[in-house]
Design a protein around this ligand. Structure first.
Ligand SMILES: *Cc1c(COP(=O)(O)O)cnc(C)c1O
Length: 360
């Protein structure tokens, strides 16, 4: 018997493959493959999660009101413009569902986050990968790729997996060159880690223009990836559209409670950001001293090129045999590279020790 007919194009989707989580046989495990928070979640978030357990027979607040109010206060934005998602991944998908369809085009930069082409294809749209310049999104090339069929441009800023970013003025130049009919989605998953003076997460653009959305996540600096919690600042009409199509209870009650507590623990987040800033520079310098090319990063990971140094897959297996998991980059069109999350200092030292021991 033939299965029910699939929507055309769905089989073109290459399923997203997350970072590895196991290193069979290794004594210890150092997980630097998924850009998770180096120090785990805030103890306050853990306590809030536990306290929510006794109420798990109740449906969550479908509007995530307490969380939305907390986000609004914390970020100085009108709560009506905030939409929460089951991870920011859900929001990226909902935007595709709302604004693109069969035959439409969805732009993203060539080494951009792989969820974008998946979201595009899932609604029948055509993902268009636009070449980058020096592993950085190219504003002119992106604008040149716009056609009458273009509906959405997804841009991660800073970008995963390259760590590169566009300055606020470049971001504004990109927006200024887009037709009003194209939705610019600024995915600022790593915004908290960016320390370049000319960086902006894009919140003012999302509140100032009818065709800009900024998405954020609790998965990275807040280290709540397992709870699936993201949010976005959207112009009113876009927020309205997303509320119509999202699941009525898309944020579970434990995630809502933990998110509020995590936002509140500014000391914890500040320490995580400071560590990342210092450790990222230190780690990049040490990798450089080993003869490796490290691409400048504004995020909590570095993209390391092994070209002329060693076979990246052999290096990755060598690290894995020592319990160190890093991310393979072939799916991103960067087969000579590995992406390494900025973990704790002892974890990064273990990476350096292992690379020093690697038989070149
Ligand atoms: C990690 C990441 C996200 C966050 O996804 P969640 O669904 O919120 O966990 C979004 N965009 C990029 C570019 C990322 O790397």
């Amino acid at each position: 018997m033939a299965p029910p007919a699939l929507r055309p194009g769905l089989l073109d989707i290459a399923p997203y493959v997350g970072g590895e989580t196991h290193a069979p046989g290794a004594e210890r495990l150092i997980r630097l493959a998924s850009n998770e928070g180096a120090f785990g979640p805030s103890p306050k978030a853990v306590a809030a999660y536990r306290a929510a357990a006794d109420e798990m027979h109740r449906y969550p607040d479908g509007g995530s009101r307490t969380l939305v109010e907390a986000l609004a206060r914390h970020h100085g934005v009108d709560p009506k413009l905030i939409v929460c998602g089951n991870g920011s991944d859900e929001i990226l998908h909902l935007l595709a569902l709302a604004y693109a369809g069969p035959g439409d085009e969805v732009l993203y930069s060539a080494h951009g986050f792989l969820v974008y082409p998946i979201a595009a294809r899932s609604v029948g749209a055509v993902p268009v990968a636009v070449p980058e310049r020096a592993l950085t999104a190219d504003v002119d090339a992106l604008l040149a790729a716009v056609t009458p069929r273009t509906r959405i441009l997804y841009l991660a800023n800073p970008n995963n997996p390259t760590g590169s970013y566009l300055s606020e003025s470049e971001l504004r130049r990109l927006h200024a060159g887009l037709p009003d009919s194209v939705l610019l989605v600024i995915d600022a998953a790593y915004a908290e880690f960016a320390d370049a003076a000319d960086y902006s997460a894009g919140q003012e653009m999302a509140t100032g223009f009818a065709n800009v959305v900024m998405t954020r996540t609790f998965s990275k600096v807040y280290a709540l990836g397992g709870l699936r919690l993201g949010w976005a600042v959207c112009p009113p009409a876009i927020a309205d559209a997303l509320h119509r199509i999202r699941g009525p209870f898309n944020i579970n009650s434990a995630a809502q409670a933990a998110g509020v507590a995590a936002l509140d623990d500014t000391v914890f987040v500040g320490a995580a950001v400071r560590h990342n800033h210092q450790a990222r520079q230190w780690f990049a310098d040490r990798l450089g001293a080993l003869g490796l090319v490290v691409h400048p990063s504004q995020a909590n990971f570095v993209l390391v090129s092994f070209a002329g140094w060693g076979d990246p897959e052999s290096v990755r297996q060598f690290l894995k045999a020592r319990g160190i998991l890093v991310r393979q980059m072939s799916a991103y069109g960067l087969p000579a590279c590995l992406r390494i999350t900025i973990g704790r200092s002892d974890e990064l030292s273990a990476v350096l020790d292992a690379l020093t021991a690697y038989p070149r």
